[in-house]
Design a protein around this ligand. Structure first.
Ligand SMILES: Cc1cc2nc3c(=O)[nH]c(=O)nc-3n(C[C@H](O)[C@H](O)[C@H](O)COP(=O)(O)OP(=O)(O)OC[C@H]3O[C@@H](n4cnc5c(N)ncnc54)[C@H](O)[C@@H]3O)c2cc1C
Length: 390
């Protein structure tokens, strides 16, 4: 039986970044990455907005803030060096009215504290010139923000890194010397799980109880018609609701062309089911059998209801978008894809705000890596190596 130095579970951007980093740092090591699907990056990594976040939103000093800022620079360098298409197109965060203007100022200060240079308010003339269709009483320009396709980035990392990638190989348990998989046992010295939507289940198999449960939040996108695409020149975001780790439906130019609007954030009854009515009994049972989920519902039912309405009503979705670009029409929106966020929830109903890394019994676990973990992935990989191997 083959024996590896490193066994990595999960072929999303976090597992791929780790594979690349370990291959660079330990050229002699034997590495294998195990992925249960028949292709890489089919879940969060291949279904996200493709934004290289600048680090504007995150609590200074948190793992999210530190790795986002470091990971941002590393992602741009990696993309540049390995020919992954990307663009630093900048984004505009738009406030409407006094309350949002105050929240925007808090964001600006937070961005400055996180070391972002060049963020500044646009005058109404500049706004008119840069985003003539955008309605805002105050607008913050964040020039650093970029776009990329993270599935392309993950693919490049695995190409450049050196080791074995095994698709259709689902990890189903741990053994004394490695992991059980659907293709037999794989033995290894260091086992690191980057399993996204399944991360709490892999941790459970390892006997870890970190007091967290993954709750899936689906995000639906619409695509803008060609005619309406001309109304979006940068990325355009609303001021996010400070009570949630979601950014609000926004306009994102995609690196391979087109403009997407979304994603909303709807509780999902299936972790890996992407239609609006997808249902998986064991996922639904896991979420609804958890007290934290009910506490979350009780606290935020109004927000949840709004998101559900937007999920099932194009008119409501359009309304949210028209707050930013009032001239959009229903015919400008075509249904697009959906992604599902793996968000860790605490038993008290609070959403875990930071990334969570945890040393288990047989493996090291990435327990919470929602947005901006794609941006941050190369720096998250450094942090995992630091914590897991020292
Ligand atoms: C709608 C949406 C929009 C987002 N927008 C952005 C953005 O613009 N910018 C940004 O930085 N971040 C964004 N994010 C967040 C980002 O996509 C995630 O943080 C990131 O992709 C997490 O990567 P991952 O490798 O941890 O997870 P994943 O990409 O989900 O990969 C986990 C992998 O593990 C595999 N796996 C699971 N269980 C097993 C098992 N038992 N055995 C083997 N393999 C297994 C899965 O099949 C999967 O391939 C967004 C997320 C969503 C959902």
């Amino acid at each position: 039986m083959e024996h590896f130095d490193f066994v990595l579970i999960g072929g999303g951007i976090v597992g791929s970044s780790l594979y690349y980093k370990i291959a660079l740092a330990h050229p002699e090591a034997k590495i294998v990455l195990l992925e249960k699907e028949s292709a890489l990056a089919t879940h969060q990594t291949g279904r996200n907005s493709g934004v290289i976040h600048s680090g504007l939103y995150y609590k200074p000093g948190s793992l999210k803030a530190r790795t986002c800022i470091d990971g941002y620079a590393q992602m741009l360098d990696f993309a540049q060096e390995h020919g992954v298409k990307h663009e630093v197109c900048g984004k505009v965060v738009a406030a409407l009215g006094g309350i949002e203007e105050a929240q925007l100022e808090t964001l600006r200060l937070r961005g400055a504290e996180n070391g972002l240079s060049g963020i500044r308010y646009l005058s109404q003339e500049e706004l008119q010139e840069r985003e003539p269709y955008l309605r805002a009483t105050k607008a913050l320009m964040v020039p650093q923000t970029g776009i990329i396709n993270y599935a392309d980035a993950a693919e490049a990392m695995l190409r450049v890194g050196r080791g074995a990638v095994r698709l259709k190989t689902e990890v189903t348990g741990f053994t004394l010397e490695g992991v059980k998989t659907t293709q037999g046992e794989v033995r290894g010295k260091h086992i690191i799980a980057c399993a996204g939507l399944q991360s709490d289940r892999i941790a459970q198999l390892d006997g870890v109880d970190a007091g967290l449960r993954i709750v899936p939040f689906r995000g639906d996108y619409y695509e803008l018609s060609l005619r309406a695409q001309a109304k979006v020149r940068h990325l355009i975001y609303p001021v996010p609701d400070p009570n949630f780790p979601f950014l609000g439906v926004h306009f994102t130019r995609m690196v391979h062309g087109g403009v997407e609007c979304g994603p909303n954030a709807v509780f999902s009854f299936a972790r890996e089911g992407y239609s609006k009515t997808a249902f998986n009994a064991s996922d639904a049972f896991a979420a609804l059998g958890y007290l934290g989920t009910w506490r979350l519902f009780a606290k935020h039912w109004r927000y949840g209801l709004g998101e559900y309405q937007r999920a099932f009503s194009k008119a409501k979705f359009l309304e949210a978008l028209q707050r930013l670009i009032p001239t959009l029409e229903s015919s400008d929106l075509q249904p697009g894809r959906a992604g599902i966020r793996a968000q860790a929830l605490r038993p008290d109903g609070s959403l875990e705000d930071d990334f969570v890394l945890h040393q288990g019994n047989r493996a090291f676990h990435v327990l919470n890596a929602p947005s901006p973990a794609a941006t941050a992935s190369l720096a998250v990989a450094d942090e995992i190596v630091r914590q897991a191997l020292t």
